[in-house]
Design a protein around this ligand. Structure first.
Ligand code: NAX
Length: 328
């Protein structure tokens, strides 16, 4: 039998955690033949709730789940971790300025990056879900100098999936008919969902749709503001869809993208498409053998250029702000 893969999940008692853990334990994160060990990290006040979730995980009798450990100490939680899902974060509360938010999250993602540096397994793969996800990932990555930078990623797969859903409705096709969707930049309202390189049945999606007005005034804002629309409708933020996207992100990273398709991941920029080196920005990527590569050589027209620059500028500002705060 295979050695179990250790998966650390932070914010395990939160609402995304509740939607995520059962899917990991059932084999959907890594594969139906891969046993997993869960290592849950919570703040002390939420450890009891995490224990409750662990009781329910026990009660599912998942054949692939070979153990659950719960921690309120990051160093212990990341010990031996092969995969780390950083979900827990400090949300923005009333009256909080952006600087306060970045600083509070620096206090979480700096120490977690150090803990990953100190004790995670050599093959560690990190996905940051907690917002502001790209910059939290940058802080964790910068706090882990011994871990290759490419192991730190942030989640834009939910935005990617939202874009697939909106485009499929507009074009009257199924999501599986659509290939090569791209989310560029920051997981924020400035993100750019790009359908100029997407394909429907092998044809350009932008041409199939042929509606620039819909693209600019409906599609892009609907995808970018979907999180707020969910809160408005549900009275709570996206949880199951966020968990599903986290599963997709890691599954694709580990198992590879399909021939003729790619995905969206926020990864450390190598300068591709004019995105400053070192920023953790969303790109079209292919994956193979557990490694990602930014898709090269795409033509970027003037419209896309402006959108990419705007979202990347926001990331650069966030980076400068956390630098000023001494967090990186
Ligand atoms: P919840 O508030 O339900 O849960 C967060 C959990 O994290 C809580 O149980 C809290 O105790 C825990 N936590 C806080 N600080 C911690 C620390 N230092 N170590 C370990 N655990 C800690 O939030 P939830 O709805 O689960 O969302 C979690 C994060 O995902 C938020 O930051 C949210 O903004 C972000 N999202 C990111 C998305 C993305 O696409 N990248 C989409 C969904 C979601 O909005």
């Amino acid at each position: 039998t295979r050695t179990p893969v250790s998966v650390t999940v932070t914010g395990a008692a939160g609402q995304i955690g509740y939607a995520l853990l059962f899917r990991i334990a059932s084999g959907q994160l890594l594969g139906a033949d891969v046993p997993v060990k869960l290592r849950l990290l919570e703040i002390p006040q939420a450890v009891k709730a995490a224990e409750g979730t662990a009781m329910e995980l026990d009660d599912c009798a998942f054949p692939l789940l070979s153990g659950i450990d719960i921690f309120d100490d990051a160093t212990k939680a990341f010990e031996g971790a092969n995969v780390a899902l950083l979900v827990g974060a400090r949300p923005r509360t009333k009256g909080m300025e952006r600087g306060d938010l970045l600083e509070a999250n620096g206090g979480i993602f700096g120490p977690q990056g150090k803990a990953i540096n100190a004790g995670a397994a050599d093959d560690i793969k990190v996905l940051v879900v907690g917002n502001p996800a790209n910059t939290n990932a940058l802080i964790a990555q910068q706090s882990a100098p011994d871990v290759p930078a490419e192991r730190f990623t942030a989640m834009t797969r939910l935005d990617h999936n939202r874009a697939l859903a909106q485009l499929s409705k507009k074009a009257g096709v199924t999501v599986s008919d659509i290939k090569k969707m791209t989310i560029w930049g920051n997981h924020s309202a400035t993100q750019y969902p790009d359908i100029f390189h997407a394909e429907i049945g092998g044809k350009s999606a932008a041409e199939v749709v042929g509606d620039q007005n819909w693209l600019e005034n409906d599609f892009i804002p609907t995808v970018a503001k979907r999180g707020a629309a969910i809160i408005e409708a549900r009275g709570a933020s996206s949880a199951a869809s966020a968990a599903s996207a986290a599963i997709d992100h890691v599954h694709t990273w580990v198992n590879g993208t399909a021939e003729g398709d790619w995905t969206s991941m926020a990864v450390v920029s190598d300068g591709s498409y004019g995105v400053p080196e070192g920023l953790i920005s969303s790109f079209p990527v292919t994956t193979e053998n557990g490694e990602w590569k930014i898709v090269q050589g795409l033509e970027i027209d003037e419209f896309s250029r402006g959108r990419i620059d705007a979202t990347v500028n926001e990331l650069a500002e966030e980076r400068d702000a956390v630098r000023k705060l001494g967090l990186i």
